[in-house]
Design a protein around this ligand. Structure first.
Ligand code: NAG
Ligand code: NAG
Ligand code: NAG
Ligand code: NAG
Ligand code: NAG
Ligand code: NAG
Length: 737
């Protein structure tokens, strides 16, 4: 018996000293790179589990590893569930404004039980005139990407990848395959000297640091490392352990099964107290804790046991009684005797007093703290500044109110889930009911940083001065909360986008309504650009930002107040945020914001109204993806009527439609200077409208009247519905957000 145990111990220590990586008789590396089981070299099919074969090509020095018999190079393998592979870079190069060479590499892992790790990789694009996107599949089709833009070398900051020269974004979970594509807005004109090419790649997080010199030449690198998750099979632990055929179970003795939660099968891990390769039958070996001189788990007599150890104190010494039990002391630890009853009674009474006293104290302190916090937020959010500004402008802003946090909490039923009207990149919008039963929309913005407060106040003040029938009215704000809250009138008939594109609504608007909406929007923008006391550039005109009331009358929404964009130009390029498809390419290039950017966006809305097609759709073929390009090229080829909404063609005269189309085309000219002003656009649409032989030509003149300063009518509040916080294809420019 004793001999037997001894023998076992000796065997154990022998195998532990020489821990195995692969099955008996199988090579365990290729060149210098370890290939642990369940991976193995393809020379012998018995040496690896299905799909885990690695081919070792000795014609390279040192030899290179490839997945299966394919051409995906493996850089290293971790038994924790990752392999690092080498992946191609996409490039797109120009010379004197002409595209010279480009590629769009693809990779497909559908044959392997691998997915691209969403937590350990990033999508990165480098370039100054760069729109990079990635399309792929994780069971569902997926498209993502980012935009980077810069105008001069000087604006570039090394090591930050935030939209100037470099942008990055995350990839979704469980991606199996993808293709990388690059395009430019202006063929790298003007910037070709320092940035002839754009590049894009998926790369291991933190592997790449952007450097301005990469804009000039990144060709030195052809491949970058990417991390893939792997797993055994395609069943979870529960499914495998429940199954009848346990013969295929990959985890060896003294190990357990783990779900990696990446859409794949399962992984194995050694039990506590064991280490080694859990995929080998006896791969997990006991750890000899007592031999670990560094950690010194036990000061007394240490005996190693399987999976653990036993620590006891030598005769004459005592355990110190502490939990970890690793120290021995020379005298027994002192145990204090307690007079149990008295202590219990005393403690009980004492505790009672303490409890009552401290609750009072706590309650008092909390209340004061809350009041103080509210005051702090009020100040931080610019309350003083706003109050001052408002008192300076008495008369104009009487309808803008500063709400208290308490009022809004009540109005929104403590921000109840059921009150959410919309969510988006800018915040959440709740439906609120005021004590006088008026319905309002309460917008909770994202966190604001201190420097933007003044800007925010300015915008609130400007917005509160606009009193235009076709602008969603700002009723007030609340500054006592951590993030400022904005309170708007409610508009209850959805967005223009909804009425043009959503299922069941396609072709629901007549040409006449479309024209009226266009006219109202144009006229509102023209007013903002010129008639308002300070010109206001909307910056984000799109069909989701045009709300409709029950009479299908347009209400322009989502003013700068929701996006706090500082006006200093040097920073603007990082903060260019908008919706691709509507974004003025010139603005993107130069970062110079002018009112012509709104004209461009409005042109796109016009095209949307005419064609019923989305501004940007990755479902359309590449050359038709961008509505403005598609529209203009269709006009050039005399195919315009083929892409228009049928209902529009049916209801309008050919001349009338052509004129609107011509106007839309002029609005999206590349050079802002060549675009008409919003005023011209508004007048032209109005003219066309009158020319059309429609009964609604005789409109109520009030409809188009500017209503600056007119007292707000309360009927406008009694509406529901809200803001553009509807996500569709929006790429966040400047990535990283
Ligand atoms: C090894 O790589 C070389 C060069 O790419 C290729 O020609 C050869 O076919 C590869 N050998 C094997 C066994 O795959
Ligand atoms: C994904 O897109 C392809 C075309 O690119 C289409 O054939 C396929 O049906 C789409 N799959 C899903 C799940 O939408
Ligand atoms: C990715 O796989 C899906 C499904 O098999 C396929 O529809 C799609 O075309 C593939 N995409 C790429 C970029 O390979
Ligand atoms: C990138 O920068 C970080 C921080 O400056 C540094 O820790 C890291 O090693 C750098 N990575 C590379 C690949 O240079
Ligand atoms: C799981 O893998 C098996 C064989 O590897 C395959 O036959 C089966 O179709 C896969 N099931 C799913 C749901 O992918
Ligand atoms: C640890 O060793 C002590 C002394 O040899 C023994 O009394 C005790 O039962 C052992 N405990 C365990 C868990 O093996």
């Amino acid at each position: 018996m004793v001999v037997c145990v001894l023998l076992q111990l000796i065997l154990l220590s022998l195998t532990a000293a020489h821990s195995q990586r692969t099955l008996q008789g199988c090579p365990d590396k290729c060149g210098n790179i370890a290939v642990p089981y369940p991976f193995g070299l393809t020379e012998n099919p018995n040496c690896y589990r299905p799909f885990m074969g690695i081919s070792c090509n000795h014609s390279f020095n040192p030899p290179k590893l490839f997945l299966g018999h394919g051409n995906v190079e493996v850089l290293d393998i971790s038994l924790k569930g990752q392999v690092r592979i080498s992946n191609l870079i996409a490039w797109d190069c120009y010379e004197d404004g002409v595209r010279t060479h480009w590629n769009s590499p693809s990779i497909d892992m559908h044959r392997f039980p691998y997915t691209f790790s969403d937590t350990r990789n990033r999508f990165i694009a480098i370039g100054c005139d760069t729109l990079a996107y990635i399309t792929g599949s994780n069971g569902r089709n997926y498209t993502g990407g980012c935009v980077s833009s810069c105008y001069s070398r000087e604006s570039i900051i090394d090591k930050t990848c935030s939209g100037i020269g470099c942008c990055e974004t995350v990839i979704p979970k469980e991606v199996k395959n993808f293709t990388l594509k690059l395009t430019s807005f202006d063929n790298h004109n003007q910037i070709g000297v320092f940035n002839p090419c754009s590049f894009a790649f998926i790369v291991e997080k933190d592997w790449y640091n952007f450097s301005a010199s990469d804009l000039r030449d990144f060709h030195g690198r052809r491949e970058v490392p990417v991390v893939m998750d792997w797993a055994i099979g395609n069943k979870t632990c529960e499914e495998v352990l429940r199954g009848e055929d346990m013969a295929d179970y990959a985890c060896g003795s003294n190990s357990h099964c783990l779900n990696p939660n990446n859409g794949l099968g399962y992984l194995c891990d050694c039990n506590k107290g064991y280490e080694g390769n859990p995929y080998l039958p006896n791969g997990c070996q006991d750890i000899d804790e007592c031999a670990d001189k560094k950690r010194k788990v036990c000061e007394g007599i240490c005996t190693n046991t399987l999976g653990s150890y036993n620590c006891s104190c030598p005769p004459g010494t005592y355990d110190d009684g502490e939990q970890d039990g690793r120290r021995c002391i020379s005298s027994p630890p002192v145990k204090k005797e307690f007079p149990v009853l008295q202590v219990t009674l005393g403690t009980g009474l004492g505790l009672l007093f303490l409890l009552v006293g401290s609750s009072f104290l706590y309650w008092g302190i909390q209340k004061r703290r809350l009041i103080k916090l509210k005051a702090e937020f009020f100040e931080k959010n610019g309350g003083m500044l706003l109050q001052q500004q408002m008192s300076n402008r008495e008369g104009t802003v009487e309808s803008t109110k500063i709400f208290t946090a308490e009022e809004l909490k009540k109005a929104t039923n403590n921000y109840d889930e059921s009150r959410i009207l919309g969510r988006g990149g800018y915040g959440i919008v709740y439906k609120g009911i005021l004590p006088n039963h008026n319905i309002v929309a309460v917008k909770k913005s994202k966190l604001v940083d201190g420097t933007q407060i003044e800007q925010f106040i300015n915008e609130v003040v400007i917005l509160s001065q606009i009193n235009h029938r076709h602008v969603v009215k700002l009723l007030g704000c609340c500054l006592e909360t951590e993030v400022p809250l904005l309170i708007y009138e409610c508009v209850n008939n959805g967005t223009l986008f909804h009425h043009i594109h959503d299922e069941g609504y396609v072709a629901s608007l007549s040409l006449e309504t479309r024209q009226r909406i266009a006219s109202e929007t144009a006229e509102t923008l023209s007013y903002l650009h010129s008639a308002a006391s300070i010109p206001i550039i909307h910056r984000d005109i799109k069909s989701t930002n045009i709300l409709l009331d029950e009479n299908f009358s347009a209400k322009v929404s989502d003013f700068g107040a929701s996006r706090l964009v500082p006006l200093d130009q040097t920073q603007l390029s990082t903060l260019v945020q908008g919706t691709l498809g509507y974004l003025d390419p010139e603005y993107l290039q130069t970062s110079q914001l002018t009112e012509k950017s709104d004209v461009y966006s409005f042109g796109i809305v016009l095209m949307e109204l005419l064609t019923g097609k989305k501004a940007l759709s990755f479902e359309r073929p590449e050359e038709e993806r961008n509505l403005s390009m598609y529209f203009v090229s269709s006009m050039k080829q005399n195919r315009l009527f083929e892409i228009l909404e049928e209902r529009v063609v049916k209801e309008g005269s050919r001349e009338q439609i052509l004129e609107i189309a011509e106007l839309a085309k002029r609005c999206v000219r590349l050079k802002g200077d060549e675009r008409p002003t919003m005023k011209e656009v508004a007048m032209e649409i109005e003219g066309l409208w009158r020319l059309g032989k429609h009964p609604w030509v005789q409109q109520d003149p009030q409809e188009t009247e500017l209503l600056l300063g007119e007292p707000s009518d309360s009927s406008g509040y009694n509406t529901t519905g809200y803001d553009s916080l509807k996500d569709h294809v929006i790429l966040s420019l400047g990535g990283g957000r």
